[in-house]
Design a protein around this ligand. Structure first.
Ligand SMILES: [Zn+2]
Length: 421
């Protein structure tokens, strides 16, 4: 957990001129600039889809409706780049080729009042610009400190003007982007059995069960169902034996695999043995206005599974930025899993909730955490430790994933947050 926070503190201190890496590597590619509304309703996220991390960047906002950026990287291929279509918040994006990279002008709508901050995404490749709603007075005052940049000091009008300035008109290219046609295949799933090794998880009713064993058995059954029922889908386990894997490493395994879904499997515990039922969590902020307070409260309740602690408002913004595109998918799958657990496996459901859990926070893909039931409830412990019960739970999760994949492959599960892209 500490590594996340130190990473982000560094990011914030250096956010106006952040050196991401000093790559000696080959040409970088910027394939797309996209925008999505933040799911907390507080603004917009602009995402630069780089193939690798750029050397560094700067962001200024010299006028309330103009964000200017410099992308430092002297070899960026922008051929075929896709721009976001004109929207009610972000009007247009222009790129200017410079000797040392690209200048960018992002025009917001006239009545917009957003403050822009830029951050590297968690995978460090993409660059995110978060626009957070503010008041017209505040953005007016904020923008006073910056002087607008002129990208070309001495434009030689005798030279070929069109070549000197690479301005790509968004209107010309937006038609070529079809979020359905261009969507990624849904063919790699990471299954994360919670705990393991020296971390047994909870010990169940009268210490008669170990969460780590129950969840590993369910994880393996789930993996086997997927491999059998969904040929072509690759299953990656964060652990497939009784070993301990750090929370951060679980997320890294998923990111390295560039998986399409991360499913974490746990079993619950409570001091009262009467409490029972399955819960499904998907990553993201609570949607209420008091999201931070709610998360902190819930984090205390769910402290055993490595929730985020000491979150600052900025942590939450970065988190939200990094995941804004995945939250809608995660939510959809979470409800499908809940439906299967409740209506097919006949488990008591405690509902679907949105939450920032470290194990989910670390992954940059849709992510779900299933609390399969309470091992501290005698009946649920019997069920969850039985081969039959484990099979039912695993097949419920499997059917939900299959249902989502079918939807996805049919192009029906258009992620609502990218639909306005
Ligand atoms: Zn657990």
């Amino acid at each position: 957990m500490r590594s996340i926070h130190s990473l982000f503190s560094v990011a914030f201190i250096l956010c106006t001129a952040l050196v991401l890496n000093s790559s000696l590597s080959a040409q970088n590619k910027l394939s797309r600039i996209s925008k999505v509304d933040r799911s907390d309703g507080k603004g917009v996220v602009i995402r630069y889809h780089f193939e690798q991390a750029i050397d560094s960047f700067e962001v200024i906002q010299p006028a309330p409706d103009l964000i200017q950026m410099v992308l430092y990287d002297n070899d960026i291929d922008t051929s075929g780049i896709v721009f976001p279509s004109e929207g009610e918040k972000v009007k247009q994006v222009f790129l200017y080729e410079l000797d040392y990279g690209f200048g960018v002008d992002i025009y917001l709508s006239d009545n917009a009042a957003y403050i822009a901050k830029a951050y590297p995404d968690q995978d460090k490749k993409h660059l995110l610009v978060g626009l957070t709603r503010t008041t017209p007075e505040k953005i007016n005052e904020y923008s006073q400190q910056f002087i607008a940049r002129t990208w070309y000091d001495h434009v030689d009008f005798d030279a070929d003007f069109d070549q000197a300035i690479t301005i790509v008109n968004p209107a010309e290219v937006t038609d070529s982007y079809d979020p359905v046609r261009n969507k990624l295949k849904f063919d790699k799933i990471v299954i994360d059995a919670g705990h393991g090794g020296h971390d047994p998880g909870n010990l169940g009713y009268k210490r008669r069960a170990k969460e780590k064993d129950v969840v590993l058995a369910i994880a393996k059954k789930l993996g086997a169902y997927i491999e059998k029922g969904l040929p072509g889908v690759e299953v990656i386990y964060t652990r497939n034996s009784d070993t301990f894997v750090e929370l951060e490493e679980r997320g890294r395994i998923a990111n390295r695999a560039e998986a399409d879904l991360f499913v974490s499997i746990h079993a619950d515990a409570f001091k009262s043995s009467r409490v029972r039922g399955a819960s499904v969590f998907f990553l993201g902020l609570n949607r209420s206005d008091k999201s931070l307070e709610v998360m902190k409260e819930e984090n205390q309740v769910y402290g055993t599974h490595g929730v985020l602690e000491n979150l600052t408002e900025e942590d939450l913004i970065v988190y939200e930025l990094a995941h804004s595109g995945n939250i809608a998918i995660s939510e959809r799958i979470a409800y499908m899993i809940e439906d299967q657990l409740k209506n097919r496996a006949k488990r008591k459901s405690r509902g679907v909730r949105q939450m920032g859990l470290v194990v989910l926070y670390q992954s940059t893909m849709p992510a779900i955490l299933v609390e399969t039931g309470f091992l501290t409830n005698p009946a649920e412990m019997r069920y969850l430790t039985s081969d039959r019960g484990q099979s039912y739970i695993a097949s419920a999760i499997y059917r939900a994933i299959k249902q989502y994949k079918q939807e996805h492959d049919a192009g029906l599960s258009l992620n609502t947050s990218s639909a306005n892209d």
